[in-house]
Design a protein around this ligand. Structure first.
Ligand SMILES: Nc1ncnc2c1ncn2[C@@H]1O[C@H](COP(=O)(O)OP(=O)(O)OP(=O)(O)O)[C@@H](O)[C@H]1O
Ligand SMILES: [Mg+2]
Ligand SMILES: [Zn+2]
Length: 264
């Protein structure tokens, strides 16, 4: 009798993880009936999850090698949903961003375009999505559009170790591409072409983009070009963050410390 195959029918084994009894499986080998003891479904699920984590980690490494600037920088490294204050006008944006991060596997094929006035927390929410999904092992690239274009332009300099092709590949293979400040770039035919390439590549692979912008969706058309605009609107949910600038509120509070001196 071997561990994996027996000639006689055993009662199965009790799974040491969940306590369920796992019945043996009858199989035919070269005309003989054999009984094999499969592993429990719970153990198989654990192995599958481990493999998934391993594969994601490999892809993560690959992306990081191809693309070095998916770093949030100090300002957004700590951004999460817990340190996002509920503010009037931002409710819907916050709710959807939270839901997006929580249900990425079901909802994550959708793209999101988060737009609104400067300083009202769009990048904070995008960074919160990034940070939460990274924790779950997803491969996420967060990049501001102006920085990305600068980076691609720099690849034209000799001696640069990243090529345009490598950057575009990294942007293609990640699970979620977050483009911060889309529309803030200085536009030109070349810019419009690159932007289209990025958006269309993901679109064709059925992979999502989360973008933030100061421009209204219809203003984006002029900035990005009609083809990119059509692609984005075809697959995205535009969500307006209607809150006022948090930045300005913070500045006002800081300055109000001097009110008693001024109003004397
Ligand atoms: N509701 C909020 N709770 C806590 N901090 C916030 C909130 N909204 C914004 N902030 C903070 O205010 C600063 C400005 O926000 P953020 O950069 O996300 O704005 P933005 O909408 O992306 O602006 P812009 O359109 O200019 O890029 C950030 O430091 C951010 O963490
Ligand atoms: Mg921003
Ligand atoms: Zn089990």
């Amino acid at each position: 009798m071997t561990k994996n195959g027996t000639d006689s029918h055993s009662k199965g084994v009790t799974c040491e993880h969940c306590g369920e009894i796992v019945p043996p499986l009858e199989i035919e080998v070269l005309g003989h009936t054999r009984w094999v003891q499969p592993i429990c479904k719970c153990e198989a699920d654990i192995q599958k999850a481990e493999l998934e984590v391993y594969k994601n980690a490999q892809r993560e490494r690959e992306v990081r090698e191809l693309f070095a600037i998916s770093e949030l920088g100090d300002r957004f490294e700590e951004s999460n949903f817990d340190n996002f204050d509920s503010r009037p006008g931002a409710e819907k944006a916050e709710k959807i961003a939270r839901y997006y991060a929580e249900s990425f596997d079901e909802f994550g094929l959708e793209s999101i375009l988060l737009w609104g006035v400067p300083g009202n927390g769009k990048s904070h929410l995008a960074a919160a999505v990034h940070n939460q999904l990274r924790k779950k092992g997803k491969v996420v690239v967060f990049v501001s559009m102006p920085d990305l274009l600068k980076k691609i332009k720099n690849t034209f300099n000799k001696g640069n170790n990243e090529s345009e092709e490598q950057i575009l590949k990294a942007l293609n293979i990640c699970d979620l591409l977050i483009i911060d400040d889309i529309g803030a770039e200085k536009t030109s035919d070349w810019v419009q072409e690159i932007v289209f390439l990025i958006i269309d590549n993901r679109y064709r692979r059925n992979k999502p983009i989360m973008a933030t912008s100061n421009l209204e969706p219809k203003e984006l058309a002029g900035q990005l070009g009609k083809r990119s605009y059509d692609r984005i609107l075809e697959v995205s949910q535009p969500i307006e963050n209607k809150a006022t600038s948090y930045r300005r509120e913070v500045a006002k509070k800081r300055l109000s410390k001097f009110d008693h001196l001024i109003n004397k």
